[in-house]
Design a protein around this ligand. Structure first.
Ligand code: ARG
Length: 288
């Protein structure tokens, strides 16, 4: 089956101040050293890969003292040019919200709101066709799911995460196209597992080994799927299903419990990708 790629618009944050200074998920161990230079090299390869694939990438300047800010997916959710800025659970990450808010405001996005309930952006909420898959259990609250659904006018389907290693939905599930997902069934409560099996009978399920390699923290444009290179089983299965998997090494960022998807916030409903750094056109295309 021939898969179709659609050009995307991403926002990324450079890992200038990346480090593991605290532990807010089981992967983080502040006694393990990190290497800033390696983190930046790995991140730059991911950034450049998106450009090679024809996507537009904007970069938000990081702030000192916010070592997790590289995980841009958590900063907001953007659909149809509307921006719902995150409200982080942990105080260590809470100041990131203002930086994201400011970035969107300065780029001319007009409908921007900070979430009222705890909401870690695309870390927990993934657009799948005309619905939003919304994770809960560790970070984003279930109250936030209703708020997200109302704000974007799309149904939000609550999925409950149960394994602290898969604390954000994007560590346990990836949207590959409007109809296809891959996920780690072991990361979900029984009723969520049942729901996923009903909604996505053709889904790819990940082995525990591939899930632990962060294989589900993947970014798809409908054809190319960027994922950690260690997720060998998923890479083979994606290829079998007609996708083009592209393995990347983000081992430094994985020390903080993050992978390619965590570093990538998709800006949906802005104008098609271009590389001139111009501001995105908003919903409806009215002049700003
Ligand atoms: N250390 C970060 C945290 O625990 C990692 C965030 C990863 N981001 C993601 N979208 N899963 O908050």
């Amino acid at each position: 089956m021939q898969r179709t790629a659609t050009p995307r618009h991403y926002l990324m944050v450079k890992p200038t101040y990346f480090d593991v200074e605290y532990a807010i998920n089981p992967w983080m161990d502040p006694t393990v050293p990190t290497f800033a230079k390696v983190a930046l090299e790995q991140w730059t390869r991911l950034h450049d890969l998106y450009l090679e694939l024809g996507h537009r990438v904007d970069v938000l300047e990081p702030l000192p003292g916010l070592p997790d800010m590289v995980f841009a997916a958590n900063g907001a959710m953007v659909v149809n040019g509307k921006v719902l800025v995150a409200r982080f659970l942990h105080p260590q990450r809470q100041p990131e919200s203002a930086a994201f808010h400011g970035w969107f405001r300065d780029r001319g996005f007009r409908e921007i709101r900070q979430a009222r309930w705890t909401n870690e952006g695309e870390g927990d909420c993934l657009v799948s066709g005309d619905r939003i898959l919304a994770g809960s259990g560790f970070r984003t609250s279930t109250e936030a799911h209703a708020e997200i659904g109302d704000f974007f006018g799309l149904p939000a389907i609550t999925l409950t995460l149960t394994d602290p290693h898969y604390y954000h939905l994007d560590t346990a599930l990836a949207v590959l196209d409007n109809h296809t997902i891959m996920y780690n069934p072991d990361a979900f409560a029984a009723e969520s597992r049942k729901l996923l099996a009903e909604l996505y009978p053709d889904a790819i399920t990940a082995s525990p080994t591939d899930a632990a390699a962060f294989g589900l923290n993947a970014v798809s444009d409908g054809r190319h799927v960027v994922l950690p290179q260690a997720a060998a089983g998923l890479i083979a299965e994606l290829r079998r299903r007609g996708f083009i998997p592209i393995g990347v090494d983000l081992s430094e960022l994985q020390k903080a419990g993050g992978g390619p998807k965590c570093c990538t916030l998709e800006l949906r409903g802005t104008e098609p990708p271009r590389q001139d750094g111009g501001a995105p056109r908003q919903d409806g295309g009215a002049p700003r």
